[in-house]
Design a protein around this ligand. Structure first.
Ligand code: ATP
Ligand code: MG
Length: 810
């Protein structure tokens, strides 16, 4: 058939082919890293469209990041001459936003509803706590935020939460107040996007049935990291929810194809449930399960390392990965004396790689926690190597950008109190805390927004506030009918932001970022294809586009999307979509997009990111740094078995990002949270196949009886023992032209046993303010370099620097 001969299906192995061409049923594709899961999903969409089994409007595909969604759209448009705009491809948040925009009235939201990012959510909660005199020692706003987010992820409104004690009752009360506040202000946080769209599907039969009929094919990537609510949402859309349970011969929903890898489940801390995979198989009666076991990404040594490591986990669904690519280069392991030395080595190595012809954007530096990037960034910066940091503070979260966005949001929705509070006195215009409190009281009493409360504030305060509101009103009038670019330029000027930063001493960066905001808006508008589409397109418009498309693309017109329009009363609200202002669309974009691609877009730069945000990506060369116990695996995970297993999955994700070359590095000392720490080499090294590794600094042998594995203390002792040798050691290594440290081979000197100056001896019982009680196992070094290895009853084995650690003998 045409279908089987399609060029789309070339270059697929038999299992991949089977997955791509599955009939319209529910299926689970369980496969390891780099086995082509994402490729299978993308190809399946293309195949379904090409064979006329579905029109673009019948596709719903969920990706884990916006970046992945864009990539999928780009690949699809390269594969097919199809208008990809009609397809619902995006993250859960992006899709829910689109859905709520289309049905904002039914969802009980204003047409201009704004999205709170995490920062906004926190400031909204802080404001609420202040207003209701909530003790922020007992109820830290951050914890309240996590609590609320967790409730929402669990599908629970304040009224649904079971409380067990007084504290719980209070938290739920705050949750309820927060819900009210958001509703009044017309704002939704990330969790709310998901929950509200779930509730709308659940509670509105015609809407539910419409979408169940519409989405014939639901495809989900990275299924192992979906949370409970996301899974419920999928169930609902696929007609496996309440209807199925009630046995009401409900609309048979579309087919759900989920792809995932239980070994890459790394978001348990955010509510992800690997159990969704097994539940899916049961609850959807999945008959087709496909495993992909051939890896196309990495060479053998890299893959062997990943396989061997993950085999140490107990709870696994079981699968293996092999490659035909040959072993490739060994995995290089490097040990440094300090985090600075590690960074210097990394930069030298990068420079060498680039000289050897590698593109910088093919080099990724992965670390466990964001805090580790600073040292690396400094080293790259000093060496003049272009780099890009993913994650961390998003472009759209920088203070100056947030200020500008707040003004823009107030143009759209003057009742957005979070934005109001942010800029009412910024740039400073003499509106003090007292005036604001007065305004808050008035607004609360009247049950209105701050904006509306202004006229009731008497005296000078009232006059100042009135002037601010008048300024906003003038800007709103002046910007009517302008292009997005013109609106932003006008706001930057008239709000006084530009002037303010011009006068500020260190304001140059901020001004540049504000200019970048204008660029971002410009490229948002010009990429309207993606930009607009990630937002709301009314179903009607989709219908119109799609009814033209099938014929013109040689597809079967009978496969057209909207077999049945929504009943009149449920038709998407007319004001959305086509008339959703570019400003409103851009503000949504700012809340949902990382904005990573703003600054330095397109530059060939080394890529820095946490392991978490590297999921799904691949690079020719990967550095995993800071491989020390307490860093990676993270110290919070050490005491608990499940925690270690999650860290191991993270390490598995990290290793499997590499195509050709992989470096693993660890350091004897590291500054963390303002303290120099001596860490043991990560236990993960002991779980890698020795045959795949090449130690480019000598591997330290374990020497401590009872420790059972290598201790990195040797090298350090060597250097300090050699009398200020650390520096020489470092420079002798790093001045080498090749940037390689293979020449370093000074023989280890036994460490000094008990250094008497601090009065500690091995075997002593000690107490530490943070780690509690423990026993001294080993002592090394002297003077400022003295350190002790202590086995803490509750926190396990740690190395502490005695010059900083406050230990008392008990
Ligand atoms: P991850 O678990 O990391 O998300 P994945 O299973 O989604 O990985 P992909 O990203 O889809 O894997 O594929 C990994 C790499 O292998 C990609 O570069 C992809 O193009 C390539 N690839 C997949 N299948 C094939 C194939 N049959 N022939 C050649 N290359 C392939
Ligand atoms: Mg993938």
């Amino acid at each position: 058939t045409v279908a089987q001969d399609s060029p789309l299906l070339q270059n697929l192995n038999p299992e991949q082919l089977a997955a791509v061409t599955l009939p319209a049923t529910h299926a689970l594709i369980l496969a390891g890293a780099g086995s082509g899961k994402t490729r299978v999903l993308t190809t399946r969409i293309a195949w379904l469209l090409q064979t006329g089994q579905v029109s673009p409007g019948g596709i719903l595909a969920v990706t884990f990041t916006n970046k992945a969604a864009k990539e999928m759209l780009t690949r699809l448009s390269a594969m097919l001459p199809v208008n990809v705009r009609g397809m619902w491809i995006g993250t859960f948040h992006g899709l829910c936003n689109r859905f709520l925009r289309a049905h904002y009235k039914l969802a009980n939201l204003p047409s201009t509803f704004q999205i709170l990012d995490t920062q906004d959510m926190l400031s909204a909660i802080k404001r609420l706590c202040k207003q209701f005199n909530i003790d922020d020692e007992r109820f830290p706003p951050k914890q309240l935020m996590w609590f609320i987010a967790a409730c929402k992820e669990d599908g629970q409104r304040a009224k649904d939460v079971q409380v067990r004690d007084e504290e719980g009752r209070k938290k739920v009360e705050i949750y309820a107040l927060y819900e009210e506040q958001c509703q009044r202000e017309g704002v939704v946080d990330f969790g709310e996007l998901m929950l509200r769209s779930y509730e709308l599907l659940r509670d509105n039969l015609p809407v539910r049935e419409h979408y169940q009929r519409r989405f014939r094919h639901i495809l989900i990537d990275e299924f192992q990291d979906t949370n409970k609510l996301q899974y419920a949402w999928i169930k609902m859309l696929a007609g496996q929810g309440a209807d199925a349970a009630q046995g009401a011969q409900a609309m048979p929903g579309g087919s759900v194809v989920a792809v995932g890898d239980d070994d890459q489940s790394i978001y348990a801390f955010r509510g992800a449930r690997v159990g969704n995979m097994t539940d899916f198989v049961c609850e959807f009666n999945v008959t087709h399960q496909i495993k992909l076991e051939r890896n196309y990404r990495s060479f053998g040594n890299i893959l062997d390392s990943a396989n061997e490591l993950i085999s140490h986990n107990s709870k696994r669904l079981g699968k293996n990965l092999s490659t035909e690519a040959g072993p490739g280069e060994p995995v290089r392991v490097y040990e440094s004396t300090s985090d600075f030395a590690e960074a210097q080595w990394f930069v030298d190595e990068v420079k060498q790689l680039v000289r050897d012809g590698m593109e910088r954007k093919e080099i990724a530096l992965l670390y466990r926690s964001n805090a580790q990037s600073r040292v690396m960034e400094t080293a790259l910066f000093n060496a003049g190597v272009p780099y890009r940091v993913y994650g961390g503070l998003r472009f759209f979260e920088r203070a100056e950008i947030k200020h500008a966005l707040a003004y823009l949001r107030l143009l759209e929705n003057p009742h957005d109190d979070t934005s109001f509070m942010r800029v009412v006195n910024f740039p400073p215009r003499g509106i003090g805390g007292r005036s604001i409190e007065q305004l808050q009281d008035v607004a609360r009493a009247a049950g209105c927004s701050l904006h509306d409360g202004v006229s009731a504030v008497p005296g000078k305060a009232g006059a100042n506030l009135g002037a601010f509101v008048a300024k906003l009103d003038v800007m709103r009038e002046q910007t009517a009918g302008l292009t997005l670019r013109e609106i932003i330029e006008l706001v930057l000027q008239h709000s006084g932001l530009e002037e303010h930063y011009k006068l500020e001493k260190e304001g140059q960066d901020r001004l540049e970022n504000l200019a970048e905001l204008v660029n971002a808006a410009e490229s948002f508008v010009s990429q309207e294809g993606f930009g607009r589409d990630a937002m709301a397109l009314p179903v009607d418009e989709l219908g119109a586009r799609l009814t033209q498309s099938p014929a013109s693309q040689g597809l079967d017109p009978s496969a057209s999307l909207l077999d049945e329009p929504l009943p009149e009363a449920l038709a998407p609200d007319a004001e959305t979509g086509e008339t959703l202002s570019p400003l409103a669309a851009f503000l949504t974009h700012a809340a949902l997009e990382s904005g990573d691609n703003q600054a330095q877009a397109g530059q060939d730069a080394v890529q820095l990111m946490t392991v978490h945000s590297s999921k799904g990506l691949e690079f020719d060369c990967v550095f995993i740094t800071g491989l020390e116990d307490g860093v990676f695996p993270h110290e919070n995970s050490l005491s608990d078995h499940g925690g270690i297993e999650e860290e191991r999955r993270l390490m598995y994700v990290a290793i499997t990002r590499a195509r050709k070359r992989l470096y693993l590095s660890h350091s004897q000392t590291r500054m963390l949270h303002g303290q120099t720490r001596y860490n043991l080499r990560s236990r993960f090294f002991d779980e890698l196949p020795e045959s795949a590794l090449k130690w480019i600094t000598p591997k330290n042998q374990g020497f401590a009886p009872g420790l059972g594995r290598g201790s990195n203390a040797w090298g350090d002792a060597t250097n300090s023992g050699a009398g200020g040798g650390r520096k020489d050691w470092a420079s002798s290594v790093f001045s080498s032209k090749t940037g390689s440290a293979e020449r370093f081979a000074s023989p280890p000197v036994p460490p000094q046993k008990n250094a008497p100056s601090h009065g500690l001896k091995s075997g002593m019982e000690v107490f530490h303010a943070k780690f509690g009680e423990g026993k001294v196992m080993m002592l090394e070094g002297s003077g400022d370099d003295a350190r002790a290895q202590i086995n803490f009853t509750r926190h396990g084995v740690k190395w502490l620097a005695l010059s900083v650690a406050k230990l008392t003998v008990v």
